[in-house]
Structure formats: C-alpha cells, structure tokens
Design a protein around this ligand. Structure first.
Ligand SMILES: [Zn+2]
Length: 259
C-alpha cells in the first residue's frame, strides 16, 4: 500500500486503486486526530467510550482529507453479520442499522466503516462505476460476507466478478491472531489448511486476510491486492483490539465515488 502523510493525518491507499479516476479511498491510521489515550488519536468509533466531540472532529478530518462532506458519508452500525445494504445519496449522513457491508453506484456518496483487527474488503467495478466496502471479522469471514458482497454487486449493478478489483486492507495477521483449536479447525475445513499456522505447540494462528482472498477467488475475482499490514504488529500506527486488550479506538476506512 501507499502511505500518505497529509499534515500529520496518515492514511494508506491501495496501489491498484490510488490512480483510479472517479474514486477516492483511504485506510486511516490512528495518527492525526484529537482523541486522548487509549483512543489516541484518530479514533473513529463512537461506541468505545471516547469523547463524542473528538470522534466527530476525527471523522470530519478524515472525510475532508478525501474531499467528502459529512452529508455525503453513509456508515453502518456494524454487528459482525453478513447483512449488506445498497445505499445512495438519499442515505447521505445516515447510520444504517445492523449492517456490515455497503455498496453504491451513485456519485457523491462515500462509504465509511470502522475496524480494529477485522478485515476491510473493498470492491471496485470500473465498468459499472460501483463500489463496496465490507467488514469481515472471523464470524463474517466464515459466513462468507466477502463472496456475498461480490454476489450483491452482480445482482445490483451487473458486475462481472472477473472484472472486479478487490483490496484487502490492514488487519490482524497470522503472526498475531491466535485462536482456539476449534475455530482453527473450522477455518481449515472451509478455506484449506494454509490459513492456519502453529508457531508453537498447542497454539493455532489464523490468517484472516488470506481466508478472505480465498473466498474472493472462489467467487471469481481475479484482481486482488492484499495489504499484508498487521494491525497488532504496528500499534504505533493502528488500533488493535487484540493487542490492546479491547481498550482502544477504531480505524476508519472510506471509499467514495466522485464525478
Ligand atoms: Zn502481527
């Protein structure tokens, strides 16, 4: 990914999407906001105990950095479901209840989701000028939210999976994501033994980003860029729910269509 430092506000962009006309995107780090520890400083999560005014200011800064006003941004209340919603200008500025993925083909609409270790999956259909942004934790990954998003883009916009471009953003990597033997076995059964590693006897580590890459590949997506940036390895730049034992903020991911 490409690291951009915009006067202290730091975010990442996919190499394959950074120069795409008609689209702006960014994966924000924890750098550049106004929140105090343990949410320092660009926390986007309003339900983690942080000051609401600070979160609003952080979000305004992030949106402004990509040229979007608050009223153009649509965000879901994320619940680790596989619920996806198609949105447009009519939903600008709104929070969509109990949803973990948004899609749109309307210009002037930006999709905004929050993360702290879970996998951000971004989809772009250049031909139909459509985008999707998905929150895939272990539950959503196992339940297939990435491939469901591909199917939703087919159904709503006529997207051809082989023509889609997909990006897997910063998330907890196999280096840091220890899980129970039972969950590891479930993932190995669904995605193959390659998504589980055993760095020490008795421990199982899960590769959640690669599981999503496998799911997208099965859904017919050929162009996939995987960030390979571990949030837990880099708490200087990212919030990590696992590494910081739940006392932390949320990272913002934003993608929107422009004229
Ligand atoms: Zn790591």
């Amino acid at each position: 990914m490409i690291r951009i430092d915009n006067l202290g506000l730091v975010y990442y962009q996919f190499k394959g999407l950074a120069a795409e006309p008609g689209l702006r995107h960014g994966f924000f780090t924890r750098l550049g906001g106004v929140s105090q520890p343990p949410f320092a400083s660009l926390n986007m999560g309003a339900s983690v105990g942080d000051d609401a005014a600070a979160v609003a200011e952080n979000r305004r800064r992030a949106c402004a950095a990509l040229g979007f006003a608050d009223g153009q941004v649509v965000t879901p209340y994320q619940v680790h479901s596989t619920v996806l919603a198609r949105v447009g200008q009519a939903q600008g500025g709104q929070v969509i209840e109990a949803t973990d993925g948004l899609l749109t083909a309307e210009r002037g609409v930006a999709l905004f989701l929050r993360f702290a270790d879970c996998v951000p999956v971004m989809l772009h259909d250049r031909e139909h000028h459509a985008i999707a942004l998905v929150h895939a934790g272990w539950r959503g990954t196992l339940d297939g939210i990435a491939s469901l998003a591909v199917a939703a883009m087919q159904a709503h916009f006529g997207s051809q999976p082989a023509q889609l471009w997909a990006g897997i953003g910063p998330a907890i990597g196999p280096c840091c994501y220890q899980v129970s033997a039972g969950l590891a076995a479930e993932f190995a059964k669904r995605f193959g033994a390659g998504v589980v590693s055993r760095p020490a006897s008795g421990s199982s580590h899960l590769d959640l980003p690669t599981a999503n890459t496998i799911a997208l590949g099965e859904a017919g997506v050929r162009h996939i860029e995987q960030a390979d940036l571990c949030t837990a390895c880099h708490v200087d730049e990212f919030f990590s729910h696992r590494k910081e034992a739940g006392r932390t903020g949320r990272l913002g991911a934003l993608v929107g269509l422009v004229a």
